[in-house]
Design a protein. Structure first.
Length: 184
């Protein structure tokens, strides 16, 4: 009887282990030569095709970026996670300064908004500055057209941010100037 129970327990154990043994092997790692992301040149070409003014590619140490002028707004597109100018993510950034800027307005924005993060600082001159940023991960299989949704969200929320902090007048006459931070 003891042998029958042992055999039954062993059989049950094997049946329960069957699904675990049938699992597929993990996917192979990507090839060493492949780098996820998009070429900077393709992203700049895409931006130019949308009718915005794009500066030549600039570098500050390892950091690559372009300055973009779009419908009265000036902003910077930073390229990150790059290897051989193929980048896995980008950061849209803009810099605002005005007398109405306060830490409270920045905190209100960050509390109430999801996609653009902002932070407050002061220049050595005492000038109040707000930096607003939006990060985007790039998927090479989607091509450069994936930038369309990111850029649309960015420009829409950038205008909202400018209004929120009192940068834009009611007529919308002023626009931010974007100056990348000085090299460290």
């Amino acid at each position: 009887m003891r042998h029958v129970l042992t055999a039954a327990a062993l059989a049950c154990g094997l049946m329960l282990a069957g699904p675990a043994l049938a699992q597929t092997a993990p996917a192979p790692a990507p090839a060493q030569g492949a780098h996820p992301g998009l070429p900077i040149a393709d992203m700049v070409t895409w931006l130019n095709s949308k009718g915005v003014q794009v500066s030549p590619l600039q570098r500050s140490g390892e950091q690559a970026y372009v300055t973009v002028q779009d419908a009265g707004l000036t902003w910077v597109l930073f390229f990150y996670s790059c290897r051989a100018d193929v980048c896995g993510d980008v950061q849209f950034s803009a810099f605002f300064s005005n007398d109405q800027l306060t830490i409270e307005k920045i905190n209100d924005w960050n509390r109430d908004q999801r996609f653009l993060k902002a932070f407050y600082g002061t220049e050595t001159t005492g000038e109040k500055v707000a930096t607003v940023q939006f990060d985007a991960v790039l998927f090479p299989q989607l091509g450069v057209d994936q930038l369309g949704d990111y850029a649309q969200l960015w420009t829409s929320l950038l205008a909202d941010f400018g209004t929120h902090i009192g940068y834009f007048t009611a007529e919308g006459e002023t626009a931010p100037t974007a100056q990348p931070p000085a090299a460290q």
